[in-house]
Design a protein around this ligand. Structure first.
Ligand code: SIN
Length: 282
């Protein structure tokens, strides 16, 4: 079966003509790998894959990261459950972020499989950090090049993020191990990275996990990050992915941000996520 890669334009590409329930041959894998490096996120439609197929596909890309904070699948700990029950108010990932920037060697990416979808809503937005970098005004680029930023997950997964007594924030039913998050060390990454697969430059700060830019005062860092975030979330670099049964998205954390819409109150959404280990960034 021959593959076709259909660019989405602003961010990502659809991979057509592949059945992920079957092992990929070397030529297919090489083509998908190059689309992944080029576009930052790739989408597959009309797939019917088991949990074992999901794990086998993920292993082609590297070692699986067993998530420390998400509830694991009951039978397959490699799979992190991204679930919003009918009674839940909050969703997981409902703000712009890139996964694992709080790790010294941030994860390469995540493969998200739709398992149960609400009747409407529940899309995921993606933003291209390649395109956002290319579109940076020179004035901003000059202020960011050569700088590093500090990242953490303490404020997201730590005990202060989900105070049990509040009874309001039901993400706590799905996120655990806050004691481990409380003692996480800060990590430092370049604000502009050179992507390890594509060699392209990309913005690598995000509203979810970046605390501040090093070497400038706190107020200036806040202003500069706000400017970058406003730039990234302009229409030019983002696109919504509308899930259907059989849809799969595989994003690169070093080249994209994502955001899960929370617009389906009273309905259940279940997604299975496998994250693949990455490497130190430069
Ligand atoms: C995530 O942020 O990993 C979840 C994205 C989604 O559920 O659409």
């Amino acid at each position: 079966m021959s593959l076709t890669i259909q660019s989405h334009g602003r961010v990502g590409a659809e991979v057509l003509g592949v059945d992920l329930s079957q092992p990929l041959n070397e030529a297919q894998f090489a083509e998908i790998r190059s689309a992944f490096a080029e576009h930052g996120v790739i989408f597959f439609r009309d797939q019917s894959i088991s949990e074992q197929d999901h794990i086998a596909f993920a292993r082609r890309w590297g070692q699986i990261n067993i998530n420390r904070f998400f509830t694991p699948h009951a039978a397959y700990p490699e799979i992190a459950m991204v679930v919003k029950e009918k009674h839940h108010r909050d969703n997981i990932g409902g703000g712009w972020h890139t996964d694992h920037s709080y790790d010294a060697e941030p994860a390469l990416g995540s493969i998200l499989v739709a398992r149960e979808l609400p009747p409407t809503g529940g899309a995921t937005a993606f933003a291209s950090m390649y395109k956002a970098y290319d579109g940076l005004p020179q004035r901003l680029r000059d202020q960011l090049e050569g700088r590093n930023a500090v990242h953490s997950a303490r404020h997201v997964f730590g005990s202060k993020a989900y105070p049990a007594e509040s009874g309001q924030d039901t993400r706590g039913e799905r996120i655990g191990n806050s004691a481990a998050a409380d003692v996480l060390d800060d990590v430092v990454h370049p604000v502009i990275l050179t992507h390890p697969l594509s060699g392209k430059k990309a913005i690598y700060v995000n509203p979810g996990f970046t605390l501040h830019i090093q070497g400038i005062d706190a107020e200036r860092s806040k202003e500069l990050l706000a400017e970058v975030y406003e730039h990234v979330t302009s229409e030019d670099f983002i696109e919504d992915f509308h899930w259907r049964d059989g849809s799969i998205a595989f994003w690169d954390n070093r080249a994209t941000w994502h955001y899960a819409y929370n617009d389906y109150a009273g309905h259940r959404r279940e997604m299975h996520r496998i994250t693949i280990e990455g490497e130190a960034l430069g």
